[in-house]
Design a binder for this molecule. Structure first.
Ligand code: NAD
Length: 342
């Protein structure tokens, strides 16, 4: 029996391996083609996961028939890929950051909307199992009205051997990691209306910033996003994100090794969260790998039901505005009024 959703995957590099593994465990999708400008990468992915390998995305769209495309290339190619999808009437899910430029991102969103096609950004941090648990606590109301958040990602893990392109990126850790934390800020606390950035480069071998702190102001709340690739500690917690949200009645904390603590008028609740397992997943990446499965299930659910994805292209323009606004604040030394670019 053929599977209902036929798809192609473009960009068979480092992170796409997680996409491919996650798709392979889903019964309702069929990989019809892979594409990468590196022929070996496209061929290796096709050999392991199926489909016909291509090296040219335009040729892929011209020759194959499929329902959606999964774009896992780096940001400079995202617009071209999404516009090809719109032209060929193919739904698209695209990796973050959507683009380096708000005009490109808006053009992508417009192209997909004009073609009346579903468009989602693969923004996976809010789909991490522990983040869903934090959100459940907030939605239950036990900690009251949240007024403070801190979302922290600090590591000394060598990210550059697996992702050498990060060494040459003029804009680095804010676009690579804080972008996810901005989306988490919105997920947990709502829409920020102002922000201020401090960031530096500690590693002299790279071009961009590798340590950043951004303070975000929301109506009635403040959130600190702090991110570092230079923070050694006695216990590596890479690639975990820690969260503290304080409310008028209590506090929820997601600490090292997925330890959840909820302090509320009902007492102190402690829980060791257990990340769902997948045969192909391995520590320390298992939480991220599981989140890829969750993103992809959400995407298929949206295709089936017609629901707008949580992290639709249009919604993600706000995340990109926060990301580019964070760089604007860094460049000018002034606060950024959120939404000014939209
Ligand atoms: N969500 C996450 O947790 C997460 C983690 C890592 C990376 N990412 C994102 O995934 C994307 C890819 O990052 P990566 O580290 O896997 O990069 P990568 O360089 O390892 O992979 C990108 C692949 O795209 C291919 N490619 C480039 N231009 C192409 C073109 N025109 N046509 C076809 N293929 C092309 C490259 O040859 C390469 O194989 C980035 O946007 C990055 O931000 C997301």
């Amino acid at each position: 029996m053929s599977r209902p959703y036929r798809f192609a995957l473009i960009g068979c590099g480092f992170f796409a391996q997680n996409h491919l593994q996650a798709w392979a465990e889903m019964p309702d999708v069929e990989l019809v083609a892979t594409c990468d400008i590196n022929p070996d990468s496209a061929a290796a992915a096709a050999e392991t996961f199926g489909g016909t390998p291509y090296t040219d995305a335009a040729e892929l769209f011209a020759k194959e028939e499929f329902d959606f495309v999964d774009i896992a290339t780096t940001p400079p190619t995202h617009r071209m890929m999404v516009e090809l999808a719109a032209q060929h009437k193919v739904a698209a899910i695209c990796q973050k950051p959507l683009a380096w430029d708000i005009d490109d991102a808006q053009a992508m969103v417009r192209a997909m909307a004009d073609a009346d096609l579903p468009f989602m950004v693969h923004e996976n941090f809010r789909f991490q199992y522990p983040m869903r648990k934090v959100k459940e606590v907030l939605d239950s109301g036990v900690i009251g009205r949240p007024f403070f958040g801190r979302i922290s990602f600090r590591t000394a893990h060598d990210v550059y051997s697996a992702q050498p392109w990060c060494m040459d990126a003029e804009r680095m850790i804010i676009a690579d990691v804080s972008v996810h934390q901005f989306d988490l800020t919105r997920f947990f606390l709502g829409e920020p209306d102002r922000l201020f950035t401090e960031a530096i480069r500690v590693n002299p071998k790279i071009k961009g910033e590798d340590v950043a702190t951004i303070v975000l102001g929301l109506p009635g709340a403040t959130c600190i996003v702090d991110t570092s690739y230079e923070s050694s500690s006695d216990h590596s917690t890479y690639p975990q994100t820690f969260v503290t949200i304080e409310g008028t009645d209590g506090t929820v904390t997601l600490g090292p090794d997925y330890h959840l603590q909820v302090v509320s008028p009902a007492g102190v609740h402690e829980e060791q969260l257990v990340i769902p397992e997948h045969s192909w997943a391995s520590e320390p990446w298992n939480c991220i790998q599981d989140s890829v499965v969750n993103v992809q299930h959400h995407w298929i659910h949206c295709l089936e039901t017609g629901q707008t994805p949580e992290t639709s292209g249009a919604d993600t323009l706000r995340v990109l505005d926060l990301t580019l606004g964070a760089y604007q604040s860094l460049d000018t030394g002034e606060p950024y009024r959120v939404g000014s670019m939209l």
